[in-house]
Design a protein around this ligand. Sequence first.
Ligand code: NAI
Ligand code: MG
Length: 378
Amino acid sequence: MPKADTQDLELLVIPGDGIGREVTDQACRIAEWFIGRGMRLSLRRIAFGLEVWERHGCLMTAETLAAIRASRAILFGAIGGDAYDDIPLDIVRSQGLLRIRKELDLYANLRPVRTWPSLEPICPLVPALARGVDLLIVRELADGLYYGEPRGISTDADGARTGINTMRYSEASIRRIVRAALEVAATRSGRLTSVDKSNVLETSQLWRRVMLEEAAARPEVAVAHMLVDNCALQLMRRPGQFDVIVTENLFGDILSDEAGAITGSLGMLPSASLRFGGKAAGRQGLYEPVHGSAPDIAGRGIANPLGAILSLALAFRFSLDAPQAADLLEAAVEAALADGARTIDIMHAGGRQVDCNGMGDAVLAALDILAPATSGRG
Ligand code: NAI
Ligand code: MG
């Protein structure tokens, strides 16, 4: 890696646990390819998660937190694993991934979901429904059920236990996420589906009112409202009807995994977590594959790194002022798949089986073909 100077942007790499380490290694190889082609970027790897817990009794050190605060873009792998069963939940909450998201107030989680022509055979939907799907889920990430108080498990005098979580949404939290979604929708097809459960939940009724107010100020975006249970159905029935979907934290978590099935594997899905407002270029962001630490396959070198690699492309686009590099990298992923490279999770699409590193090789080879060294791109 070339030595950083003061003009280099820094990508903070937090591999974390399980396959997070394997997939971010491949994304780093790709980042280094771009650096080799002249991109002004330096990589800084930082420890987080179980390895820190074993050494220091915490999930992240003060130094890590300071680095996170100061970063422009973070590439995160995953957190999780069986060992977390022995770590108190309040420590995981206050030092884990939710803390990073909250610390940086990254309230808008963008989860693009698209179909890849080469992976059509593994899409559970018939090709006519899946072909050309290209949608974006905008998930509220800093409020709602995952953060609401009171929470906990209480035991009454008779020893009967009750679990409590609170779904709470302030008007301000709703307003900023629906504004972000309207902004994003205006740059795409101008169609936005707002997903809620306003037939049952007060938080959703407030959501819908604020959505209507904000939509009135953005007449160029056509806003439709849909109940979350119907949305879950419609994503499988006719995903092509959606362009941008905006929804609250819990619904977005669940719907985006479901939508991931359309892609063929959870391992294909990238995400970006951002704060909106101000100018679009150079926003601070956290970039991570949608999948978790996958303890069932961790350490075997067989994970699909494309979710992490596509997350790097989103970092190029949204935080690192390199939209052309993002386009090039996405084209290289498409070319690697078209050339038949398949990790085991997408192997049933037919092709040549590769391991995690082999998929990194395939994307690098595609980059070399799409942008030969003499062209000086990056
Ligand atoms: P998971 O996403 O880790 O795995 C679900 C299934 O998909 C597993 O069978 C896994 O092998 C497979 N899979 C996931 N990513 C893959 C990839 N890149 N290539 C090939 N196969 C892949 O979700 P799970 O099993 O529910 O959770 C495991 C741990 O991860 C838990 O501790 C959970 O808390 C944590 N987790 C962390 C997340 C994060 O760091 N953002 C998100 C989701 C879960
Ligand atoms: Mg999830």
